[in-house]
Design a protein around this ligand. Structure first.
Ligand code: NDP
Ligand SMILES: CC(C)CCC[C@@H](C)[C@H]1CC[C@H]2C3=C(CC[C@]12C)[C@@]1(C)CCC(=O)C[C@@H]1CC3
Length: 343
């Protein structure tokens, strides 16, 4: 039987490149996308290169609780197993590039670290979702947590192993995250915070679910040219980035994190697909890397995470999950009463 794989954010960038690679392995692919038109365009492209592949689309907006719950319901009606869940959808809204910090970084010994992580030169202005959550937290982390929890029965069911694979980032930073403000309402680095939270959460999920055959891992695609990175300079057309390619190839001589293409960026995500999950290190992040000569590979690097903080975050997310569900039930009751009265 073909392995069933669900990939969120599958219609572009790293997610789409991963789908292309997974289809070479004969999987039954389900693309989780928020926009059906963009999803269908991507699905058609995948079917052009893999005409006999099984490729479905599932509508899911990870920033919306109701959308995630409906998508999980729909998934459970359509499929009886789920072998791999790639939690890849992500946003970095309104990025602000700090030119001064960039040039300061160039003049200090921090330049490689700065180019590899983007730390210190990027901040973001977050939004609030209709559910009342910080958008980056909801999209990158909480929506994915809910999706996983709703699909838990399929993932932990069959007596076989299954994998959760998060697309995190080298931009994840402990200093941007606080247990007292897990949504990062107060600061200007919601992206770093959400990615650090996914690193922590992955560790906690391994603690709680490994016995049931479910394993969670974290990846970093490196610096990849995608819609997400083009938005760092919104007024500059995408082709300008292509003009910068020779500069980036040169930088690649000094930092192997410049994977640049979505195909190379998907390397670590694809690598994990082929591993025995029991052999993976829950404390490591799996990085896609590309050498100066353009050879791509993945490498495990230890994360700056600890069990106590990961457990505390997990508890907070469970609490938030039950509050959200109660809120939705109350809304449903009010709706039913009004309907009865009017009908
Ligand atoms: N590019 C890079 O250098 C790096 C990227 N990453 C991470 O890689 C992942 C993929 O990003 P990347 O491919 O670069 O960027 P893209 O913008 O190309 O892809 C992001 C995907 O996520 C989807 N998405 C965004 N918001 C939602 C939502 N609310 N619900 C469902 N889907 C959503 C997008 O859909 P739509 O097309 O509709 O917007 C798109 O398919 C992200 O998690 C990102 O943080 C990590 C490190 C570096
Ligand atoms: C020659 C210059 C014009 C180069 C400018 C480069 C920067 C815009 C980029 C250098 C490292 C990049 C980077 C990211 C965004 C763009 C850079 C800062 C990310 C923060 C994007 C999102 C991630 O998850 C990690 C990336 C790390 C590297």
């Amino acid at each position: 039987m073909a392995k069933v794989v669900l990939v969120t954010g599958a219609n572009s960038g790293v997610g789409l490149a991963l789908c292309e690679r997974l289809l070479d392995e004969g999987v039954h692919l389900c693309m989780g996308c928020r926009n059906m038109q963009r999803a269908e365009t991507a699905r058609s492209a995948l079917l052009r290169s893999h005409p006999s592949a099984q490729v479905d689309v599932l509508q899911v907006d990870t920033s919306s609780t109701i959308s995630v719950l409906r998508a999980a319901q729909e998934f459970k009606l359509r499929y009886h197993r789920l072998d791999y869940l790639y939690l890849n959808a992500g946003i970095m809204p309104n990025p602000q590039f700090d030119v001064k910090a960039f040039f300061r970084g160039l003049l200090t010994g921090q330049v490689i670290e700065m180019l590899a992580t983007g730390v210190g030169i990027l901040t973001q202005k977050d939004n609030v979702t209709p559910d009342g959550f910080q958008e980056v937290f909801a999209t990158n982390l909480f929506g994915h947590f809910l999706l996983f929890r709703e699909l838990e029965s399929l993932l932990c069911g069959s007596g076989q192993t299954s994998q959760l694979i998060w697309t995190s980032s080298s931009n994840a930073q402990r200093s941007a995250f606080s247990l007292d403000d897990i949504q990062h309402r107060a600061g200007s680095q919601p992206y770093s915070s959400s990615k650090y939270a996914s690193d922590l959460l992955s560790l906690a999920l391994n603690t709680h679910y490994n016995q049931q055959g479910l394993y969670s891992s974290v990846t970093c695609p490196g610096f990849v040219m995608t819609n997400l990175t083009y938005r760092v300079f919104p007024s500059i057309p995408a082709f300008f980035w292509t003009l910068l390619m020779p500069v980036f190839w040169l930088i690649r001589m000094f930092t192997n994190t410049f994977t640049l293409t979505p195909h190379y960026g998907a390397e670590a995500l694809f690598y994990l697909f082929k591993q025995k999950p029991e052999a993976l290190d829950p404390y490591s992040k799996y990085h896609s890397l590309t050498s100066g000569l353009g050879y791509t590979y993945s490498e495990a690097r230890k994360m700056d995470v600890d069990l106590k903080t990961s457990e505390a975050l997990y508890e907070k997310l469970l609490q938030l999950e039950s509050e959200e569900k109660r809120k939705l039930q109350d809304q449903q009751k009010t709706f039913d009463v009004r309907k009865q009265r009017s009908g």
